[in-house]
Design a protein around this ligand. Structure first.
Ligand code: BGC
Ligand code: ZN
Length: 367
């Protein structure tokens, strides 16, 4: 069968390759689940891997199958599988357990290990292929009604982890009634974060680079949220007008903004950092003022990466609620469908295009 692979640490090495078909017996004890891949989303991480900046192949392999944002349908299950059945739609979790205590309690997203194992990213093959076999404990069932937007599940799990943690951390307050949120960044993650915060009733200001109107600002406004271009209004000015922000979700990929956001966080507020910034940028900050604001304002800032089953399941609920409140909104994020694995070069081109929100490969039709 076909797969899109890269030679990690080599730039522009993506290519179509023939690989052996997986079988149920790849998982022992009759616990295998054979999943037919339907759609796979691509993001900045895939771009970095194909640029040779990131990623590693599985031990013993000189290539890595790309793709971590999967959506598929169960084709066959082993005799000892009860959790899923043929015909069920599923998404596979990205990170596999390592050796720390968190790994042993199904929270590999909090691993203490230095190296982590992630499908399509680090040391484990991904899903940009026709089928894969895995254990039920790594699969999340997606209601068939969500199949058209199921490819958004993995990025949704990432924002769910950030927001779930923000609310858990804020239990320190006994009573926390967040009213105003700022989302920095209006890409897929920023849009999904704005959506999830609107579903929780917050007044949301989303900051993007581009000037409105364009698709992303329209999408923000369709949620009843506010889109602000940083070309027209600065973060401090906006926070005077629309803040103080009880929660700020940073998802721009531009690390200096994390420090700017620290200065605009309201008292008792929580700042969520989610940008994976692989570069080596440095910046100067007003350290006394920022530190003082955090101390006197009892503020919290935390980083978040990846997601575990709890966050995927929260994502399923939010995607379903979003479909009910804002019908058609999630579909509008799917701007760049690429038909067929063999068109992978187009997928990488689309990732850099203006107007691209979710680029995904349609490996097989949804039915
Ligand atoms: C993925 C996460 C992953 C992170 C770091 C992101 O693109 O969506 O699941 O943990 O990259 O590798
Ligand atoms: Zn990703």
């Amino acid at each position: 069968m076909k797969a899109i692979t890269v030679t990690p640490r080599t730039s522009n090495s993506a290519r179509l390759r023939d690989i052996p078909q997986p079988t149920l017996d790849d998982v022992p004890g009759g616990r295998g689940v054979l999943v037919k891949v339907l759609r796979v989303g691509l993001d900045g991480t895939d771009k970095e891997i194909n640029a040779g900046e990131y990623g590693a192949p599985p031990p013993g392999s000189d290539f890595l199958i790309l793709g971590h944002e999967s959506f598929g349908v169960v084709e066959q299950v082993g005799p000892a599988v009860t959790e899923v059945a043929p015909g069920d739609h599923v998404v596979c979790m990205v990170r596999r357990p390592g050796d720390s205590i968190y790994d042993s309690i199904a929270m590999p997203d909090f691993t203490l290990d230095e190296t982590y194992h992630e499908h399509g990213i680090n040391l484990l093959h991904g899903f940009l292929t026709e089928a894969y076999v895995d254990e039920p404990r790594f699969l999340i069932r997606i209601p068939g009604e969500l199949r058209r937007v199921g490819v958004l599940m993995e990025p949704t799990s990432v924002i769910e982890k950030g927001i779930t943690q923000a609310f858990e951390i804020q239990r320190r307050m006994k009573v926390w009634r967040p009213e105003r949120a700022a989302v920095l960044g209006a890409g897929t993650i920023g849009l999904l974060a704005a959506m999830a915060l609107r579903l929780r009733g917050l007044d949301v200001s989303t900051f993007g680079l581009d000037e409105p109107p364009y698709l992303n600002s329209d999408l923000i406004e369709a949620l009843g949220a506010r889109y602000l271009s940083t070309k027209r209004v600065s973060l401090p000015d906006a926070s005077k007008e629309f803040g103080p922000f009880d929660l700020i979700f940073e998802a721009t990929g531009f690390s200096p903004l994390a420090f700017e956001a620290m200065g605009e966080l309201g008292k008792n507020g929580v700042l969520v950092l989610s940008s994976v910034t692989g570069g080596s940028r440095t910046t100067e900050v007003k350290s006394d003022a920022l530190n003082l604001g955090f101390v006197l304002g009892n503020k919290v800032m935390f980083g978040t990466v990846n997601a575990n089953r709890e966050h995927f399941e929260a994502g399923v609920r939010d995607l379903a609620t979003c479909q009910a409140h804002y019908p058609g909104w999630l579909e509008r994020l799917l701007t760049h469908p690429i038909h067929g694995l063999e068109k992978y070069e187009k997928a990488f081109e689309a990732l850099g295009e203006r107007g691209a929100i979710k680029v995904y490969v349609e490996v097989a039709p949804l039915e």
